[in-house]
Ligand binder design. Structure first.
Ligand SMILES: Nc1ncnc2c1ncn2[C@@H]1O[C@H](COP(=O)(O)OP(=O)(O)OP(=O)(O)O)[C@@H](O)[C@H]1O
Length: 285
């Protein structure tokens, strides 16, 4: 496990799926310790692919990724937590099992203070039985389970979709506090910008497998006037809406993308890059 601060460095990362379709291409990033990065992009832009590579769940080529100075795939970093789709689809949280049992199963007794803090922050009733809760309640218990061990790097792949607005606000505020009070780093892929104005320290804009632009949130938001834009969104919302509109214009409608030689093709859809997608080494949660 690394002892260096949790800085995320990505150096010209490309990844091709076993079927030779491009996952991500030529990505370079440098996200400092204690940063909170939002990963933004249209459906299919490559956010999940990048997050899974960063979390060491897919094999990245060479030394393209280091987290705290260490290759996450080779070292299997203890402090790296990835909460994505496979986490939320885990069937165990639909069984007739109690909240405390579940939290104990992920080490809750080793971190009682943190467990109690998460239960309070996520407004969890410890008497819930998991087969008899709503989707949003289930999600809150899952978040508590996933966040319980004090991670140093957290990768979140939109898993807050069924949280109510207040729960999501509490959750985001808690995450922010974590990065302010201990040395940890967060990268969060999301389409939902509610409550996120003022949250990110960095923004990464992805488009068809590439990082189109990235910078500190302050630098990127500088060009947007006022606090609320013409669509009623926050400055962050206006910025992201503008990005996605431009991306759509650049890419064209998906319905036109597969029309053969006369039709439009995605920017680099046909390009095959390398062959280093060693899926046999893929890890699951
Ligand atoms: N296992 C796979 N094999 C081949 N192609 C894949 C695989 N997984 C994803 N892709 C393709 O890679 C591209 C990026 O997918 P990815 O899931 O990273 O996008 P995303 O930005 O997370 O999208 P969303 O916002 O919809 O979650 C898509 O075009 C997708 O079809």
């Amino acid at each position: 496990m690394t002892t260096q601060p949790p800085r995320i460095v990505v150096n010209n990362l490309s990844y091709t799926f076993p079927d030779f379709s491009t996952g991500v291409r030529n990505i370079t990033l440098d996200l400092p310790p204690r940063s909170r990065t939002l990963l933004i992009g249209a459906n299919g832009a490559g956010k999940t692919t990048l997050l899974r590579l960063l979390a060491g769940k897919r094999l990245a080529p060479g030394d393209a990724i280091t987290i705290g100075g260490v290759d996450p795939f080779k070292e299997g970093l203890e402090g790296v937590t990835y909460l994505g789709l496979e986490w939320v689809l885990n069937p165990i949280v639909r069984n007739d099992i109690g909240v405390l049992e579940l939290l104990r199963s992920v080490g809750g007794d080793a971190y009682p203070k943190r467990r109690d803090e998460l239960v309070e922050m996520l407004d969890i009733d410890i008497n819930w039985r998991m087969h008899a809760v709503s989707d949003g309640e289930r999600r809150r218990v899952q978040l508590a389970m996933g966040l319980l061990r004090p991670w140093t790097v957290l990768f979140l792949d939109e898993i807050t979709v069924d949280l109510d607005v207040l729960s999501r606000f509490s959750f985001l505020s808690w995450l922010k506090r974590e990065t302010e009070t201990r040395e940890c780093t967060i990268v969060y892929a999301t389409h939902i910008l509610d409550n996120l104005a003022g949250w990110p320290t960095h923004l990464v804009h992805m488009h068809v497998g590439t990082v189109k632009e990235w910078d500190t949130a302050d630098n990127m938001l500088r060009s947007i006037d006022g606090t609320v834009g013409p669509t009623g969104n926050s400055r962050l919302g206006e910025l992201v809406m503008g990005w996605l509109r431009d991306d759509l214009k650049q890419r064209g409608p998906r319905s036109q993308a597969n029309l053969g030689s006369e039709g439009r093709t995605y920017g680099f859809g046909a390009i095959k890059i390398g062959g280093y997608g060693d899926e046999s080494k893929q890890r699951e949660n």
